[in-house]
Design a protein around this ligand. Structure first.
Ligand SMILES: Cc1cc2nc3c(=O)[nH]c(=O)nc-3n(C[C@H](O)[C@H](O)[C@H](O)COP(=O)(O)OP(=O)(O)OC[C@H]3O[C@@H](n4cnc5c(N)ncnc54)[C@H](O)[C@@H]3O)c2cc1C
Length: 642
């Protein structure tokens, strides 16, 4: 099963080998549980491990393999980030995608050798989503052939970029490029922020940390201001756009080229989210098979809480989602690699499809991951609320994904734009022009669903039902939008008035893709036992998801009330079928104890002993009487007793 999850037998084996090596290297382990450290201590601890990794990485992994690097980071540095988190995830990819060959030759080897640390600074205090209204400017000075970076007011400060505050000495900074008083819009520039010897901010730069956050506190998200700070013209990243010495601006050959970096990050985010969801569920499911509370049959002993149907209903559909997201993520990464190849040979047409899809996937997957992790936390009762479970940290980190890399609602609206364009093609009889991911919008569906009416139909009738609801909602929302415009509403006003319905269409389209990706994967599996276990999970997935969106299928009579009852019964049937495999379905992800960092979710299952040991190591327990008591509470009580 691990091979299915991680993509191949070899990848699964390499993960095990890497975990085994790390287990033998105590210098790479947390020196004490992270929840007992202050933010400064955590950053120090992470930097310590980072420098060891820089030295020894080659002994543990193949550093050119992103999957191995990801696993190493997760296990050693953990989810809470590290002082170079953005360096690998955003800075190097931004240089790779947007710097010219010459620029790459100058900066990339230094970045890869870690001579410099970089980040990606786009968001500002005043604007994140609306890039057109970013306020940082880069004005071209023809006389010196330099760009002058400036933040004219407080809202123009860069705000949020990871590792910008204290760790990075370089950044790719997005600023409005102005040449001869003409604004060419936001463009990326390579900017040195700090002196390479002293690490002090360079003159003209105001920089710092934005303070503690809900999670991710090892990352020093920062602010950055420029006071007429000069950089050479050649620091504009010039892979696609160019500015010549005389200020001549050369446009990128194709606007969609700029999508590729975003699509890349969003595609990889999906598997990251699946891993976080599976981690939280692994903790909660293991704990639920140890924790005993109450009886189902009063004549019998207390049961493991995993026996309760409500507990299964809380956890198992999310297990199915974790698998679904992992498979959809892997498929999207493959699709991305294919589209990239096509683009290199001049075919950019598929990028729009993929960009739209990844916008929807990023939004649906991060939202449902957050939901699933929170349910996992509650499934652990009181102990889930303790940092010993580590689920709250996983939750905090995962839901950051709902906001960064494009705020979720805005992402859904991006996909909706594509769906509305596609609906217009259907309405004008041009369905043959639909992109491959939306081709179903042009296919006539049956009048009613055949779920439970055709024996052994596999998942075909489910997929058709998802297609029907997605198509119907897309055409309905598009009709609403076109109708308002026909009545004379301005395009933007009409769009805003339909945006809830449009986002519903985007969610349904995305959920359809996730279901299809799951079905495709299960159909490919040769090993009978694995296929059987995943088929059960897929049954739960399609029935649970359909029940969740049933109102869309009921409103036009596509599904009947009796079919809904059948679907509901199927959910209960598969909860029961999955119960015996639940723990192993998550153990198959092969997270090590080091990686999970959870007292509740350890492999040995010694929850109570481990919890007591953990509590005793709380810094508050170093002394029996705290100075807060001697200084304040004791005198207060003494005074009251007089
Ligand atoms: C953990 C974390 C890490 C980050 N790391 C980085 C980083 O490394 N580099 C970087 O540059 N930035 C980073 N960011 C910033 C992040 O990219 C932005 O916060 C994000 O793009 C959202 O923008 P915003 O904060 O301006 O939200 P806003 O756009 O102000 O969103 C507020 C609300 O308005 C709604 N809204 C906004 N516009 C529209 C619209 N057009 N239609 C409908 N609704 C709308 C949103 O849906 C949301 O509900 C990070 C943020 C977080 C939380």
């Amino acid at each position: 099963m691990a091979a299915q999850i991680w993509g191949s037998e070899k990848r699964a084996r390499r993960r095990r080998e890497i975990s085994a090596k790390i287990a033998q290297m105590p210098e790479l382990h947390d020196s004490k549980p992270l929840p007992f450290m202050t933010r400064e201590e955590k950053i120090m601890e992470s930097a310590r491990k980072l420098t060891i990794l820089t030295e020894k990485m080659g002994q543990i992994i193949d550093p050119t393999d992103p999957a191995e690097l990801y696993h190493l980071n997760n296990e050693v540095l953990g989810l809470e980030g590290n002082p170079m988190a953005l360096h690998g995830v955003m800075f190097i990819p931004a240089l790779s995608a947007q710097a010219s060959d010459e620029q790459q030759a100058k900066w990339l080897p230094r970045a890869l050798r870690r001579e410099i640390i970089g980040t990606y600074a786009q968001t500002e205090l005043g604007h994140g989503t609306n890039l057109q209204n970013l306020e940082t400017t880069a004005t071209y000075d023809l006389a010196t052939q330099e760009f002058v970076l400036h933040t004219p007011q407080i809202t123009a400060l860069k705000w949020w970029p990871g590792n910008l505050g204290k760790s990075s000495n370089y950044a790719v900074v997005v600023a409005h490029m102005i040449i001869k008083a003409k604004n060419y819009g936001p463009h990326p520039f390579m900017v040195q922020l700090r002196d390479e010897k002293t690490h002090e901010p360079l003159p003209g730069i105001t920089i710092g940390d934005i303070g503690p956050k809900m999670a991710y506190n090892i990352v020093d998200n920062g602010f950055l201001g420029f006071n007429k700070y000069r950089i050479p013209r050649t620091n504009l990243l010039m892979r696609h756009t160019k500015v010549e010495a005389d200020g001549t601006y050369i446009k990128p050959p194709h606007a969609k080229i700029n999508y590729s970096a975003m699509v890349h990050v969003r595609a990889y985010m999906l598997t990251g989210q699946a891993i976080m969801l599976a981690s939280a569920l692994n903790i909660a499911t293991r704990y639920s098979s140890v924790r005993r509370q109450g009886q189902i049959d009063k004549s019998q002993p207390e049961v493991k809480v995993l026996e309760y149907q409500t507990q299964q209903h809380r956890l198992f559909p999310s297990i199915a989602r974790a698998y679904a997201f992992q498979f959809a993520g892997a498929e999207t990464v493959k699709l991305y690699e294919h589209v990239l190849k096509e683009m290199k040979s001049g075919n950019v047409s598929l990028m729009a499809d993929l960009h739209a899809l990844t916008s929807g996937l990023k939004s649906v997957v991060t939202y449902q991951t957050g939901e699933g992790i929170e349910q996992a936390r509650m499934a652990c009762g009181g102990h889930g609320y303790s940092m010993a479970s580590y689920i709250s940290e996983i939750y905090g980190v995962a839901i950051g994904g709902c906001t960064y890399e494009g705020e979720n609602m805005v992402m859904l609206l991006q996909l909706a734009r594509y769906l509305v364009k596609s609906a217009a093609l259907v309405k004008s009889g041009q369905s043959s022009k639909l992109g491959p991911l939306v081709a179903y919008l042009g296919v006539k569906s049956e009048p009613t669903s055949l779920i439970d009416r055709i024996p052994n139909s596999g998942f075909t009738e489910y997929v058709k039902t998802f297609q029907h609801v997605s198509k119907r909602q897309t055409l309905k929302a598009a009709d609403m939008f076109f109708g308002l415009m026909e009545k004379g509403e301005k395009r933007e006003i009409a769009w805003n008035k339909c945006s809830v319905e449009l986002n519903r269409a985007s969610r349904l389209h995305t959920r359809l893709f996730i279901v299809e990706a799951f079905v495709r994967r299960v159909n490919e599996i040769a090993d009978i036992r694995i296929k059987e276990a995943l088929t059960d999970l897929l049954h739960l997935h399609v029935n649970y998801e359909l029940l969740d969106i049933a109102s869309y299928a009921l409103e036009d009579g596509f599904l009947s009330a009796s079919q809904l009852d059948y679907i509901r019964d199927q959910v209960y049937l598969y909860l029961g079928k999955i119960r015996p495999n639940a723990v192993s379905l998550l153990d198959s992800w092969e997270f090590s104890d080091i990686e999970l960092r959870s007292v509740l979710g350890r492999r040995d299952g010694n929850v109570y002993e481990n919890l007591f040991k953990w509590a005793k190591s709380s810094p508050l327990n170093k002394t029996d009487v705290l100075s807060s008591v001697t200084q304040y509470l004791k005198p207060m009580m003494e005074k009251a007793r007089l």
